[in-house]
Design a protein around this ligand. Structure first.
Ligand SMILES: [Fe+2]
Length: 130
């Protein structure tokens, strides 16, 4: 899991560098994700490993779909930005698959947690895309 944190910090660095190169500010989603991520991490950390796996799976599931759309869109629209997304995609796929393999899908609490986290992640992305 420390490896995941290193990945995420590297992803942040990649995007920070690109945004400063093109002179664009971070979108509001950055701050929403920071607050939401801290809250989710805190709550699921208290519940335990199954909640952490469910939350990671849920977030990455939505994130991967978003990244795939962005890869397709940016290919012609902004090839440099596409390269940034391309550099993080495999890491996010790894996080998703690792969480999925630890997932206990049968519990109603897990299913509810996944649904709530997927919806919230979707909203954070949509707000940032406006
Ligand atoms: Fe990730």
């Amino acid at each position: 899991m420390m490896e995941f944190q290193q990945h995420e910090e590297e992803h942040r660095r990649i995007f920070q560098q690109h945004l400063s190169q093109i002179g664009v500010r971070r979108c509001v989603s950055y701050h929403l994700a920071a607050v939401g991520g801290f809250g989710l991490g805190f709550v699921t950390g208290l519940i335990g490993p199954s909640a952490i796996a469910a939350t990671t799976f849920a977030v990455e599931h939505v994130v991967l779909r978003h990244l795939e759309e962005q890869l397709a869109y940016l290919r012609t629209a902004a090839p440099d930005a596409r390269d940034c997304v391309g550099r993080i995609y495999d890491d996010e796929r790894e996080h998703h698959d690792a969480a999925e393999s630890r997932l206990a899908r049968d519990g109603w609490l897990t299913r509810l947690l996944i649904a709530v986290v997927q919806f919230s992640t979707e909203m954070v992305i949509r707000i940032g895309m406006r």
